[in-house]
Each structure stands twice: as structure tokens, then as C-alpha cells.
Design a protein around this ligand. Structure first.
Ligand SMILES: [Zn+2]
Ligand SMILES: [Zn+2]
Length: 139
């Protein structure tokens, strides 16, 4: 059985929730962004499940293209000062409501396009909490 961890993400600039209750991916509200690619503006939704690669977009961004990601609330561009360790494209930084942050790659089709914890300690804490909860469930 695969255990997924549901992420609650907020914009690092305005601190508003990025989950969109009108767009369900993997059975839960997806994470919404505004994207710009080749001068066009669109929306993209990424699955809020850690480890899922599901996404939907109003733009047809070809594999390999880098898009810029912005907050749907304050329109700030969400860019990290770090680059993807797989493809060198800029990363997009997001904050977790519980604390800590995650990053996604801005290049379409990059295998780092799913949401990943940047800080290993954060990841360990989250998974440990999930594991704790599950181990206490009645059999
Ligand atoms: Zn914002
Ligand atoms: Zn990448």
C-alpha cells in the first residue's frame, strides 16, 4: 500500500492558502498557480499529494519548457534562489502551513516537477507523524 502525505501549501509572500477547493486532483483540492509561458498566461494545478505527478493546466506547455509560476492571490512570482538539481531550471518555493518549505521545478516534464521537501528534516518529521498516526490505528 502506498501512503501519500497531503500538503497544505501557502504563498511565501502573502501567506494565503494555495489549495483550490474547486479543482480536485487525486481526490483532494489541488495546488493552484498562475503560469506564464511564451508570453501567454494560464493556470496550472498540481496534485497536493506528496509524491504524485498529477497536474492539469489551461496552457499546453511543451515538455522541457520553463514557465514562471505566480501566486493566484497576490500575483507575486514564486521563484527560489536555488536551481533544480536535475535540470538546472529555477525552482519554485512554497511554504507549508505546518512549517518548512517545499520546492517544485519550473520545467514541464522534469521529474522533479512533483512537490518535494527541500529540507530533509521537515520531510522526516512529516513522515514520522504520518507513521505515528497509522501505527495507532486499530487493526
Ligand atoms: Zn501570494
Ligand atoms: Zn528540473
Amino acid at each position: 500500500m502506498k501512503n501519500y502525505y497531503k500538503l497544505s501549501l501557502k504563498c511565501p509572500k502573502c501567506c494565503k492558502e494555495l489549495g483550490d477547493t474547486e479543482k480536485i486532483i487525486d481526490g483532494i483540492p489541488a495546488v493552484k498557480f498562475i503560469i506564464h509561458s511564451h508570453g501567454e498566461e494560464g493556470l496550472i494545478w498540481l496534485s497536493a499529494l506528496y509524491g504524485s505527478y498529477e497536474k492539469q493546466s489551461t496552457l499546453n506547455v511543451p515538455e522541457g519548457e520553463i514557465s514562471s509560476f505566480s501566486c493566484p492571490h497576490c500575483k507575486a512570482e514564486l521563484i527560489s534562489n536555488a536551481n533544480c538539481n536535475l535540470c538546472q531550471a529555477p525552482l519554485v518555493d512554497l511554504h507549508l502551513f505546518e512549517g518548512g518549505k517545499v520546492s517544485i521545478c519550473s520545467r514541464a516534464g522534469c521529474t522533479k516537477h512533483s512537490i518535494e521537501f527541500e529540507d530533509l528534516n521537515t520531510a522526516i518529521n512529516h513522515f514520522f507523524n504520518v507513521f505515528e498516526t497509522q501505527s495507532h490505528l486499530p487493526k
